[in-house]
Design a protein around this ligand. Structure first.
Ligand code: ATP
Length: 270
């Protein structure tokens, strides 16, 4: 199950206190942002720090409402958080007093509609999907960072959201674990068909994961360009897709887009 998301002319303004006079001022984080996310696609979102990536994700999750413009899921305006959209953050958000399995069961309890036995079976199914069947009884402090993030992903997927929103979920992991989890996430996405919106600072991660990469420009945040990534994903199983000339070309193109923006900003500061 997957959903289409449309952001139309979205603006987001915050009130911030001035550094010197401490007066409240409007700060325009997003302005005139348009983005269409197709049902079932894997879209990555990159952009300079502070350009508004997390703000976009907060709006889609329904945690906050835009100052202007509209955001719809399958044509219906978002009015708040919902179980159709699930968020995975960079920081592991597991309950420390519950085992991996019980963390997932807890999310299923919140959703309702399943018996205790069904919740246990579903939790095991999703732990298996992320390769953690043997760690079901472990508590978060007994798991590595990568494992904790796998549990968080399993928990998010267990209630079958139509949209999975991921805010730098692998940002705190070492490079090797990160690559393995990227590969696993592609496999899981191919298996579930969920729409995924994935924020990253890492251009290679964006190219590896995204069918399309939305590149944002900052101050105020907008979509600068959407790059379609046409990589042969079947290669990812046994060959290093990251070493192909096509991968390098996409990486360089996105790097140039981000570079253009930094140079322009540097010039305005001269
Ligand atoms: N609640 C808030 N109040 C005031 N300003 C905010 C608030 N949330 C975000 N901002 C500002 O809006 C801008 C966009 O923030 P956001 O966190 O969305 O950027 P980002 O692209 O995700 O950044 P990063 O890549 O560094 O995580 C930033 O300048 C930030 O300081």
């Amino acid at each position: 199950m997957s959903s289409r998301i449309e952001l139309r002319n979205v603006g987001q303004t915050f009130w911030v206190r001035g550094d010197e006079d401490k007066k409240l001022r409007e700060f325009v984080a997003l302005d005139g942002l348009d983005l269409d996310i197709r049902a079932g696609e894997f879209l990555t979102l990159v952009g300079p720090s502070g350009c508004g990536k997390s703000t976009v994700l907060d709006l889609i999750s329904g945690l906050s409402a835009p100052t202007s413009g509209s955001i719809t899921v399958d044509g219906t305006p978002i009015t708040g958080p919902g179980l159709d959209r699930s968020v995975v953050f960079q920081q592991y958000t597991l309950l420390p007093w519950r085992s991996a399995q019980a963390n997932i069961e807890f999310a299923l309890e919140a959703k309702g509609g399943l018996s205790k036995a069904q919740r246990a079976a579903t939790a095991r199914e999703y732990l298996d999907l992320v390769g953690l069947s043997e760690f079901a009884g472990r508590y978060p402090h007994e798991l590595s960072g990568g494992m904790k993030q796998r549990v968080a992903i399993a928990r998010s997927l267990s209630y079958q959201p139509q949209v999975l929103l991921m805010d730098e979920p692998f940002g705190a992991l070492d490079a090797q674990t990160r690559e393995r989890l990227q590969e696993e996430l592609v496999r899981i996405w191919q298996h579930t068909g969920t729409t995924v919106v994935f924020i990253t600072h890492d251009i290679e991660e964006a190219v590896f994961l995204g069918q399309r990469v939305a590149v944002m420009s900052g101050r105020p945040g907008r979509i600068k360009e959407i790059v379609t990534v046409d990589l042969d994903r079947s290669l990812a199983q046994d060959e290093d897709v990251r070493a192909t000339p096509e991968f390098a070309a996409h990486r360089h193109h996105i790097w140039s887009l981000l570079r253009e923006r930094s140079t322009a900003k540097e010039l305005t500061h001269v």
